[in-house]
Design a binder for this molecule. Sequence first.
Ligand code: ADP
Ligand code: ZN
Length: 215
Amino acid sequence: MNIILLGPPGAGKGTQAKMIEEKFGLVQLSTGDMLRAAVAEGTEIGKKAKGIMERGDLVPDDIVVSIIADRIDEDDCQDGFVLDGFPRNAAQAQALDVMLAEKGIGLQHVIEMKVDADVLVERITGRYTCGSCGAGYHDIYKPVAKDGVCDNCGSEDLKRRPDDTAETVRSRLEVYSRETEPLLPYYGEKAILRQVDGMAAMDAVAQSINSILAA
Ligand code: ADP
Ligand code: ZN
């Protein structure tokens, strides 16, 4: 089974993709994570992507399309994957269709995570993660128990994404409504679009996704 998670920045796609990975064995393919890894490693792609990501713009289509095309050929993806953060515009969606058709791969569900625009800025600007174990936290909703220390592993390496500032979040949200939201009718016409309430508690969202995937 291959699926796409669609929704604005801060909707919780990454969190849910990880749950789907654990529960259904689908590999999480997050273009955001892959690009951040490229930036951290200082590769050619990373050098091109860094400034663009810090502004909240989209990295050029040819870069993300080829990252995904190469990644889905790998062995671990043969039993299924969940796309998180890709496709993000019409050109990427079309490139994905062509790539899947060429490889003879199907797409079973596109799950839209619906979240009210007014909570997104607060969700994103308050979030931080542990650089050691990956645990996620939030200034208001889920702060660490002891300032500056990860509850889970005791590390003091807590970090925020450089694009999680109020200013960049606003551009990311604009880019989402202009470029990515139009994909909803695109997948709606293919009758594979499903919706879940991304405002619900994390476990409740996971439950709704489970019922779609298990059906
Ligand atoms: P979020 O969904 O919270 O904005 P991501 O980690 O998915 O976070 O993406 C972070 C940034 O990485 C985006 O703002 C964009 O610059 C870049 N990026 C990620 N995926 C894509 C994509 N499919 N096409 C173009 N740029 C992308
Ligand atoms: Zn930790």
